[in-house]
Write a protein that binds this ligand. Sequence first.
Ligand SMILES: *[C@@H]1O[C@H](CO)[C@@H](O)[C@H](O)[C@H]1NC(C)=O
Ligand SMILES: *[C@@H]1O[C@H](CO)[C@@H](O)[C@H](O)[C@H]1NC(C)=O
Length: 307
Amino acid sequence: MALSLQPLFLAITFLLMASLIGSSEAVRISTYWGQDATEGSLKELCTEGTVRYVKAPVQYVNIAFLRNIGGGRTPELSLRHCNSTTCPLLSSEIELCQSLGIQVLISLAGAPNLSSTAEAYEVASYIWDNFLGGSSSSRPLGEAVLNGVDYHIHSGKPDYLDDLARALSGYNTPENKQVYLAAGPECLLPDRWLDASIRTGLFDYVWVEFFDNPTCQYTPDNLIALFQSWNEWASYPGVNALFLGIPVSPEVAPDGGYIPYEVLVSVVLPFVETYVNFGGIMLWPYRHHHPHPHYSEKFRVQSYAAI
Ligand SMILES: *[C@@H]1O[C@H](CO)[C@@H](O)[C@H](O)[C@H]1NC(C)=O
Ligand SMILES: *[C@@H]1O[C@H](CO)[C@@H](O)[C@H](O)[C@H]1NC(C)=O
């Protein structure tokens, strides 16, 4: 029987919030959805926590992923929950999430291959028309208007991704913010793919992956590498709101960075929360190079939820 990730998210969220409510504001949580057919529905991710636990446990959901950016290709939606590159039935679930105050972003991944500023503006226009406030007869997620775009780009050509961000944010007006931008770099600075983009200052959220990178992640009994890296990121140009990106279990981060729950709430959160641009936590649910992990009972026992 396949195990759903959903209970994990809910339990983690509940534990995080329960520990923080009363003492300070609840931690804002971001996560990804779309790459594991057993993770539960988007609706479940957005609603069950709200009903059963605390209000709005997840504030940001990144739909994973939109691939084929640039190189003359049409961007392609790739979700494990659909058998095709369109999934218009998700529209009502996206709108439901938004009605609960959750921002839903489309997450770009795969190897981008942009060759010019003009091509970056064309791709921005495609994303605007097909996922955001524009219009098209072939919107892959139907009529729902997503809140913005996340860059989960760890391969391909970094060129012109900053122009793509400029083009996307060009749809905003002072009265009407229609495109939020988020970036999910690895923790090593400067990030090979996203550095120029982050430096534009246009990104609302930067959820740094503090895992699978021994020089800038938590290791048992050593907080220095993580805290130093956090400190550098917090003062890095363009980082408006910094999120602590952590794996939901040791299993999804084979090269380390998983933080045991009691360390997270007693040591790590009190430290990162002292920064003015602390934005929240990003819970990373997938194994990077193995998009279809088998979430075993062992995984559950090791996860935050069991603590
Ligand atoms: C990138 O796109 C250009 C055309 O825009 C193409 O010539 C080139 O082969 C592409 N590179 C890769 C690695 O796909
Ligand atoms: C995808 O296709 C498989 C096999 O045809 C089917 O069992 C499954 O229900 C389909 N899933 C969706 C989300 O359409």
